[in-house]
Structure formats: structure tokens, C-alpha cells
Design a protein around this ligand. Structure first.
Ligand code: 13P
Length: 270
């Protein structure tokens, strides 16, 4: 039997962490937790997630309809996005949406997080694709995210932010931290002349470790549609995960051409 009040307190604690780490500004971001097949707790719309108390938290059914909300509180305007993830991923127990600075900058620049640069990010996330832009609160975002939910536990939302989901609230939050840390490292290493990527063999060993640990959730190492078809998956194709449901190499070759052109220009001192 879940203790609803305890979960509401945990949601408030995670809201504080997201706010205190600068992963949201103003009233941005939202958090939800599945407590039974047809009951979900979620943050209310239009409040700072850093200053919530348990009576702020709303309860909705699987269609996002209000089951309980205190006066003055309505469920998050992004509840449809959360509900779509629960519908399509029965293993998911919590969804977190935030606008962390670096991850959101990548989402705005249209650059997915695909370069294998550190073991933890490769093991925990694989790569992080970008779901195409949708107007907040409409079905456009759930529809765009839906393309990726079977293959990833973390998705960037184009020109908007990031979405993570997992089998517990803490794990969904941790994935958001990992996405932001990965994005920050990728950004900084690009400023330092570009990251030295892990080799294909190193990435494969990390994937193997993930399999051995029996880690929960979805990861492109196991599920990338390209991988299933025997084609290279995210990290070893160096691809940008911009294709329907997974990777495509077109972004990768564009990126390669850009990098080579920049190097040639530099070498020639132009
Ligand atoms: P809500 O306050 O309605 O949850 O919206 C915040 C947000 O970040 C929308 O993308």
C-alpha cells in the first residue's frame, strides 16, 4: 500500500533539487509519479517547483482527468506528455520534465547527445535523441516523444527542454541530472577543441557491463532499431538520433563534413 503523503513529500523534495540546481527557472518543469494503474500524482501548473508543499500535489487518472486537487491547484499543463509515456511504457513509474541549461541549449541548437565521451553516460543513457518541436500543452509533444519512448529513457525536446522517465521518482530525477551533466561535459569539451570519443570497442564493453548489471529501463544498446537490424547503433555510428524511432546517420555525415571543413579552414589559416 503506497503512502500517498510520503510520495507527495518526495515530489516536493525532487522539485526543490531541480530548482536549486538551476534545472528550471520561474514556474517551469513538472514531475509525476504513478501510484496505481489509474492513479498518478503530479505537480500543479504554474507554481515554482522549488517551493511546493504536499497539498500542492494533484491526483489524476490515466487520461489526465483530475481525481483530487486542492482549491487553487490544477494539474500541470504538460500532463498529456506524462500520460503518454505511462501509456506506452508500463514499466515507467515516474516522469520528470525540466529545462536544464546545457541540455536545453543542445535541444535549441538541434544537436542530439550522441557522442560517447564518458563511461557513466554511455552506461546510463546511451545517446539522447531530440524529439521534434511541439507546442507546449498540446498533443504535439506527446506525439513527438512517442517516437522515442520504446528505445530511450531520456529525450531532449526541441527548443524546449528535456524529459526523463524511469521505474522510480529518484531514478527519473537521476537521469535528468545525468543528461545535464553529459550535455555540460560535451559542451565544454567542444570548447576545448572537441572531445576525444571512446572507441567502438570501449563503447561495446560498456554496453556489455550494462547488460551484466541487468539495469532496468530502455537503452539503445539493447533496443536501438538500427542495432536490431544489424546496423550500427547510436554510439558506434556516431549518428544523430533524428530518425523515426531511433538513429539515422544523415546528421552524423553532416556533422563530419562540418568538422572536416572547419579543420581544413584552420589548417589553411583562412
Ligand atoms: P506547468 O507549470 O504547467 O507544469 O508547465 C511548466 C513547463 O515547464 C511547461 O513546459
Amino acid at each position: 500500500m503506497v503512502n500517498e503523503f510520503e510520495i507527495k513529500k518526495q515530489i516536493c523534495d525532487i522539485g526543490k533539487r531541480i530548482y536549486n540546481r538551476g534545472m528550471v527557472a520561474n514556474n517551469d518543469g513538472n514531475i509525476s509519479v504513478k501510484i496505481s494503474d489509474n492513479e498518478f500524482l503530479c505537480t500543479p501548473t504554474g507554481v515554482s517547483k522549488g517551493f511546493m508543499t504536499p497539498e500542492f500535489i494533484c491526483k489524476v487518472d490515466r487520461d489526465g482527468k483530475v481525481l483530487q486537487a486542492n482549491a487553487g491547484f490544477k494539474p500541470s499543463s504538460e500532463i498529456k506528455m506524462h500520460m503518454r509515456v505511462y501509456k506506452e511504457r508500463p514499466d515507467v513509474k515516474s516522469v520528470v520534465h525540466a529545462h536544464p541549461m546545457y541540455a536545453t541549449a543542445f535541444a535549441i541548437a538541434g544537436i542530439p547527445l550522441t557522442q560517447p565521451i564518458m563511461p557513466e553516460a554511455v552506461i546510463a543513457l546511451g545517446c539522447v535523441p531530440i524529439a521534434k518541436y511541439g507546442t507546449p500543452s498540446t498533443n504535439e509533444i506527446p506525439d513527438a516523444v512517442s517516437e522515442y519512448v520504446q528505445y530511450f529513457d531520456a529525450v531532449l525536446l526541441e527548443n524546449h527542454g528535456a524529459l526523463t522517465f524511469s521505474d522510480s521518482l529518484l531514478s527519473a530525477y537521476n537521469k535528468m541530472e545525468s543528461v545535464e551533466f553529459y550535455a555540460q561535459l560535451l559542451y565544454l569539451s567542444r570548447q576545448l577543441g572537441g572531445p576525444k570519443e571512446l572507441s567502438d570497442a570501449q563503447v561495446q564493453r560498456l554496453y556489455e557491463i550494462r547488460r551484466q548489471f541487468g539495469m532496468t529501463g530502455k537503452h539503445p544498446a539493447n533496443l536501438c532499431p538500427n542495432n536490431k537490424e544489424g546496423k550500427p547503433s547510436c554510439h558506434n555510428c556516431g549518428g544523430s538520433c533524428s530518425g523515426k524511432g531511433g538513429c539515422s546517420t544523415s546528421g552524423a555525415s553532416e556533422e563530419l563534413v562540418k568538422n572536416i571543413t572547419a579543420k581544413v579552414i584552420k589548417e589553411l589559416g583562412l
